[in-house]
Design a protein around this ligand. Structure first.
Ligand code: UTP
Length: 311
């Protein structure tokens, strides 16, 4: 069955990015000149998705405004004959059929996905997390959709992470592997390093069979006192089969400050109009930092020698 619908949950509070997220959604933070969430919608559309539902919450109205038609702005751009930017602005509001449901309380990602049950009905569907940006030649979601068509099983996207980072992610316990596809024996949400079953972390892209809704209804509050999608996926892989695909591409967690900065710099470096000036700025910056650090280190060593000679 064709995967036509996608759920993009954006109802979280974004506490890791406060105070920037006090009055605006983290998903609207720009990566160069496009809000993060537009990259997600473009990935979904490029993967063949026809209808998108955002699960929104408090302070998320600017997401709706962004994907809506802006008549005054378009008129103004037309008057000023800013043709290129006018085309870009018009294209945003005609990208896809976009719908919104409000999650009344941020009770967790599992709860957010459950809010989409009526919209999805009885067909397999995609979930893309609003703060996970994937940059790849073949869209990450398309990689998952192709795997779903081959296996007919629910599929989650994974990538290897450094062992010291496993406690930030959902981690899979992998079984057998065929090519890039692992069977999933179990999952653990944000495990301590000692309890992590692998270094394969779930990357915010899923193709799920609609049976996930019955599992979401039967789980209890989990880590962080929230309804965790990972807990419903655990049930799914006990009762049915769940597979994980090693995603090809770069992933940025823009809900995390360092992840956001990396996304901003690396995406800008890939842009022809920005690469030269940004790269030469970064080269100078790194050079200056290195020089200052070596001056600082030699001062530190000198002070150490003086204090050990006087003691
Ligand atoms: P995160 O845990 O990364 O987002 O959820 P958060 O809760 O907004 O961020 P922090 O940890 O407080 O900084 C992953 C995705 O699930 C959505 C978030 O918007 C994010 O895209 N989410 C999370 C919901 O839609 N509803 C929720 O109740 C929780």
């Amino acid at each position: 069955m064709k995967i036509k619908k996608a759920v993009i949950p954006v109802g979280g509070l974004g506490t890791r990015f406060l105070p920037a997220t006090k009055a605006q959604p983290k998903e609207m933070l720009p990566i160069v000149d496009k809000p993060a969430v537009q990259y997600i919608v473009e990935e979904a559309v490029a993967s063949g998705i026809e209808s998108i539902i955002f699960i929104t919450g408090r302070n998320k109205k600017s997401i709706e405004d962004h994907f809506d038609k802006s008549v005054e702005l378009e008129l103004l751009l037309e008057e000023k004959q800013k043709v290129d930017i006018l085309k870009e602005v018009q294209q945003i509001s005609s990208m896809s059929n976009i719908h919104y449901i409000r999650q009344k309380e941020p009770l967790g990602l599992g709860h957010a996905v459950l809010c989409a049950e009526q919209f999805i009905g009885d067909e397999p569907f995609a979930v893309l997390l609003g703060d996970d940006i994937m940059i790849s030649e073949k869209p990450a979601l398309k990689q998952l959709i192709d795997t779903y068509h081959r296996t007919q099983q629910s599929v989650i996207g994974v990538k290897k992470v450094a062992m010291e980072d496993v406690s930030k992610y959902g981690i899979i316990d992998p079984g057998s592997k065929f090519g890039q596809v692992h069977s999933v024996k179990d999952l653990v949400e944000k495990p301590a390093i000692a309890n992590a079953p692998s270094d394969l972390a779930v990357m915010g892209r899923y193709i799920l069979n609609p049976s996930i809704f019955s599992y979401l209804k039967s789980i209890e509050l989990g880590v962080g006192n929230e309804l965790q999608l990972t807990d419903a996926l655990r049930l799914l892989c006990q009762k049915e089969r769940l597979v994980a695909l090693d995603l090809i591409g770069k992933r940025y967690d823009i809900g995390d400050k360092v992840g956001y900065l990396k996304a901003m710099i690396e995406v800008a470096l890939q842009r022809e109009d920005l690469n030269d000036s940004l790269l030469s700025y970064l080269e100078k910056l790194v050079e200056t930092e290195r020089t200052q650090n070596s001056v600082y280190r030699s001062k530190l060593n000198k002070n150490k020698k003086i204090s050990s000679a006087s003691s």
